[in-house]
Write a protein that binds this ligand. Structure first.
Ligand SMILES: [Zn+2]
Length: 360
């Protein structure tokens, strides 16, 4: 969607500074401000940076380095055939804390395909990403943003949430780094910007995009598989929708202020949706102690033959009806009272098992 042109505030500041420099006889160079760590300012909202069409041997590594340097996490909508050819790069995306979505196998115009061909594009890509990273995607972005009811029904069969975008960076259309930065300035809370893993201009825009977002109180977040909108990296959506998990319901007998140096965890299970033959749920893990928790494990037993198809923000082990979920690489360390959330799609009928948490 094109945004109405607006006079950028950053440009006004630059002009004022230059005028001052000229007035005082100093030669001024206009240099982009260095990226401020996202943690420097409180996050009043979240946006999602997304990169399509990778992994790409000529750009993915540099893109990941730029994101890491800026302290930003992003969502990569990968093509299945490129994941198959570059599995190590898909693993590098995951290890850098990025989220990975499905962007079809071969980037066709999906709405021109038969339902069977759509299924093949989506299922092969789910498998390739699962094989490369151990986790199947929860998000699907159709190439060119082209979708229809048949495609949506195939997405639903794979538990995929369709993600389009609220801002198009136009990097695919020759936009300069400055134009990509300018596009990102129109992101609003919950918004998603379309970019690509394939252009140096896109990589060069990252420090300034993150700095400008930070100046507006916005932080890079993840895309919620429930809503397709940007939320905080752990899946919560502050400040309008704070988690309702503990400490509202602390374990009986636990003192409100535990002795110094203790760490413990609690887990809360929440069903987030169900349909014929399947369901989706989330588990929030909270450090109930007053020192850092390093690693956590959540366990439960299904009452009636349920199985988990795909899980995010954790590492899944299933054995019969027993489920064990350990922390992922990026969410194992929890400060006192801090929470993280993992979620999954299951098959079978929705249930609310009793869950336990232990550390590590
Ligand atoms: Zn694409």
């Amino acid at each position: 969607m094109p945004q109405p042109p607006r006079f950028p505030r950053r440009l006004a500041v630059t002009l004022a500074t230059s005028a001052l420099a000229i007035a005082s006889g100093v030669v001024a160079l206009t240099v982009a401000a260095p990226a401020q760590p996202a943690a420097a300012a409180p996050c009043t909202g979240y946006v999602a940076l997304t990169y399509d069409d990778g992994p790409n041997p000529s750009t993915t590594t540099a893109l990941l380095n730029a994101l890491r340097s800026a302290g930003a996490r992003a969502t990569f909508f990968n093509m299945g055939q490129r994941v198959q050819q570059n599995a190590a790069l898909a693993r590098a995306q995951q290890q850098a804390g990025m989220w990975i979505g499905n962007h079809s196998w071969s980037h066709p115009h999906m709405t021109q395909l038969s339902q069977q061909q759509m299924t093949s594009e989506i299922s092969q890509t789910q498998q390739a990403i699962q094989q490369a990273t151990g986790t199947a995607p929860r998000l699907f972005r159709p190439p060119y943003g082209e979708t229809n009811a048949t495609l949506r029904s195939v997405q639903a069969q794979y538990g995929l949430t369709e993600v389009l975008w609220s801002v198009d960076s136009q990097d695919w259309n020759g936009a300069s780094t400055a134009q990509i930065v300018q596009a990102a300035n129109s992101l609003q809370n919950g918004g998603v910007i379309l970019m690509h893993d394939g252009y140096q201009t896109t990589i060069n825009a990252i420090p300034q995009i993150v700095a400008n977002l930070s100046n507006r109180g916005l932080c890079p977040g993840m895309i919620s598989p429930s809503t397709g909108r940007a939320v905080a990296p752990d899946g919560t959506n502050p400040p309008t929708n704070p988690p309702t998990n503990p400490p509202t319901n602390p374990p009986t007998g636990n003192p409100t202020t535990p002795p110094a140096g203790t760490a413990g965890c609690s887990a809360t299970y929440r069903s987030t949706g169900s349909w014929g033959g399947g369901f989706q749920a989330e588990v929030t893990v909270t450090n109930t102690g007053n020192s850092a928790l390093n690693g956590w494990t959540v366990r439960w037993t299904w009452p009636g033959g349920q199985t988990i198809g795909s899980l995010w923000n954790g590492q899944l082990t299933q054995s019969g009806s027993s489920v064990t979920v350990r922390n992922a690489g990026h969410n194992g360390s929890l400060q006192a009272r801090q929470s993280t959330t993992f979620g999954f799609v299951g098959s079978g009928s929705a249930a609310t098992p009793s869950v336990t948490c232990s550390s590590p």
